[in-house]
Ligand binder design. Structure first.
Ligand code: PMP
Length: 464
């Protein structure tokens, strides 16, 4: 049985004024958190979701809004870290799932639902072959395994600030950086000592610096894994010349290029890669593809993906009890139908409007406040100009205060300042976000006008 006794305090005493106001404003969330800490370390099963002194808790969600356990209905710009690209409880996704459930699944033998989604993916993203996993992390992990098997080489290279999932091989130099650029730093205690022998880290958006790091390993490098848009690393679009330069270096050196679009595929109809004119050997997808359910997919050229064919000698093993779960497959198909070119464009335009609006607020108030986005995914930065790499992003002040303060105005963004839009996001919601930012950003940055109690900030159910 879990017990509070002898453990760490349930939630640390609030430190900043914004923290104190927040702690007073969400008593039900505090209660949930207190119950949670009795049974889960840190009260949580996803490190990222912890916000001091406790996170807000969701009760229900519909479209682009979430009702919190405290009763507030908030405009959701976090959207489960971009995964809810068709919003919450989309009726078409619901219908498709009901139908899949009525068939009684999963079966433990393959089903046609898998073929249908695979077909849609190959057509939309221009890949030859695809396989499904239950998470984005598994997709990148299998892609790496496939690349190693295909090339017969074992080292992989990743960009500083690139996030490719929670497993040891790639959880290096994501948020932690060494003194010298590109010294590989494991993100967590508990990772094996040998990891750094298999991973080379190179700088993002600096082609010369990257090639300098990569060239000595040309002979033992199986693959480079990269995001065309550094999402977790700071909402930083890759320079087209940088990305194309990496691709041609890969071609010249028999190194595979794995593009990780687990998060970013929803920014353009055929993924961000299509905007850059890059054709990776392997392409990883996930997050929004599952319509709110757990999914990942890795795909690519027929010749490379053939290593997973169990009819071949020496094939690569790919396991997973819930891979290609029929419910997720039909949800995925529906998501791809909803996210047609016009909807993707509308979401991107709203993303652009958020960035433009925040830049304008920063200029008008003369504050170090700006934003960057790639289509429907972006981030607010407390700086005069958007960062060009994850190091610059991590040097900027924290945005957690803004996350807490915006909740007082019924707006949810990520504690890191992340925002995204979905098919259900409206222009009115963007207006509300911008209005709340212009009110709260000066307070978050300068502590101006902040009193101990959140006056006039009352959670309300009346919202649409
Ligand atoms: N790659 C990228 C680019 C991601 O953004 C993420 C998730 N944030 C992952 C991989 C891992 O996906 P999952 O959380 O589904 O394992």
């Amino acid at each position: 049985m879990g017990s509070e006794q002898g453990g760490s305090p349930i939630s640390p005493a609030p430190r900043s004024l914004s923290e104190r106001r927040y702690a007073a404003l969400w008593p039900r969330a505090r209660e949930s958190f207190e119950r949670a800490t009795r049974v889960m370390p840190g009260g949580n099963t996803r490190t990222q979701l912890y916000v001091a002194p406790f996170p807000v808790y969701g009760a229900t969600a519909q479209g682009s809004q979430i009702e919190l356990v405290d009763g507030a209905v908030v405009d959701d710009f976090l959207l489960n870290y971009t995964a809810s690209a068709v919003g919450h409880g989309h009726p078409k996704v619901g219908e498709a799932i009901d139908e899949a459930l009525s068939l009684g699944s999963p079966f433990g033998v393959p089903s046609d639902s898998e073929i249908a989604l695979a077909l849609q993916i190959t057509e939309r993203f221009g890949v030859d072959r695809v396989r499904f996993t239950s998470s984005g992390s598994e997709a990148t992990w299998q892609a790496i395994r496939g690349a190693r098997a295909f090339t017969g080489k074992s080292r992989i290279a990743k960009a500083e600030g690139g996030y490719h999932g929670g497993f040891d091989l790639v959880d290096v130099s994501v948020t932690k950086f060494g003194e010298s650029s590109c010294l590989g730093i494991p993100e967590s205690p508990g990772m094996g000592d040998d990891i750094l022998k298999s991973v080379t880290v190179f700088p993002y958006n600096d082609l010369d610096g990257a090639l300098e790091r990569l060239q000595p390993h040309a002979d033992d490098l199986a693959a480079i894994i990269i995001e065309v848009f550094l999402n977790s690393g700071g909402s930083i679009p890759g320079d087209p010349d940088y990305l194309r330069g990496l691709q041609s270096w890969c071609v010249d050196n028999d190194v595979l290029l794995i593009v990780d679009e687990v998060a970013t595929w929803r920014t353009s109809f055929a993924g961000a890669v299509s905007d850059y004119g890059i054709s990776p050997d392997l392409l990883c997808l996930g997050k929004a593809l599952g319509g709110g359910f757990a999914i990942g997919a890795f795909s690519g050229r027929e010749e490379v993906m053939a290593v997973f064919d169990p009819r071949q000698a020496g094939f690569v093993r790919h396991a997973g009890t819930f891979n290609a779960h029929p419910v997720t497959m039909v949800a995925g198909r529906t998501v791809l139908e909803i996210l047609d070119p016009a909807t993707v464009q509308k979401m991107s335009q709203l993303g652009d409007r958020i960035t433009e609006g925040i830049v304008k607020i920063g200029n008008e108030l003369d504050l170090p406040l700006t934003a960057s986005n790639y289509g429907s995914i972006g981030r607010i930065h407390f700086g005069r100009r958007p960062p060009r790499n994850a190091r610059e992003a991590s040097d900027l002040p924290s945005r957690v205060d803004l996350h807490r303060l915006l909740l007082e105005r019924n707006i949810l963004i990520g504690p890191e300042g992340r925002f995204s839009t979905c098919s259900e996001t409206t222009g009115e919601q963007v207006d509300r976000l911008l209005e709340a930012v212009s009110e709260m950003a000066p307070i978050a940055l300068l502590g101006m006008g902040l009193s101990d109690t959140a006056v006039g900030a009352h959670p309300t159910k009346e919202r649409s």
